[in-house]
Design a protein. Structure first.
Length: 153
């Protein structure tokens, strides 16, 4: 299974999961949410997702380190400020929030499996391998950071 590590770009994983959610939505039972609360929750989750993604990207830009999740060994700086004080993976948190927003919008119980699948896949095949690379690159500094900031939230 290690052959899947850093093989599929996370946005592609998110798009594939979103497509699967859309296909699964008509099959299962509906979420018991009226339209107004569903729209509000969808909007809040989408805004949170976009914010996590944007602030994560901006922090990487400010640190002048690689934005490419497929090549973590090219990291030139360990980013620990801004949104990275809340989570070690704000861009993945952002994608997860967007998938949750999509599940709520689809109003499908089955679509809720999508964000869970994304979380499990990204953790195993993207985040854990990234963490190994970051520990190799930044040693004690990364271990101290990982000890004080959660992987997700």
């Amino acid at each position: 299974m290690s052959s899947l590590e850093h093989r599929i770009p996370p946005p592609v994983v998110g798009a594939l999961v979103a497509t699967a959610m859309w296909l699964a939505a008509p099959v299962g039972p509906l979420l018991p949410l009226a339209d107004t609360p569903r729209h509000v929750l969808t909007g809040l989750l989408a805004v949170a997702g976009i914010a996590f993604d944007l602030f994560g990207l901006l922090a990487f830009r400010a640190a002048r380190t690689t934005l490419n999740p497929m090549r973590p060994a090219r990291a030139s700086a360990l980013v620990v400020t801004g949104v990275y004080r809340l989570t070690r993976n704000p861009m993945y948190v952002g994608m997860l929030c967007l998938l949750l927003a999509w599940a709520v919008w689809l109003s499908s119980v089955f679509a809720l499996a999508g964000p869970a699948a994304f979380l499990l896949y990204i953790t195993r095949f993207q985040i854990v391998p990234e963490e190994r690379v970051l520990e190799d690159l930044f040693g004690l500094q990364y271990r101290q950071y990982a000890a004080r900031v959660r992987r997700w939230l």
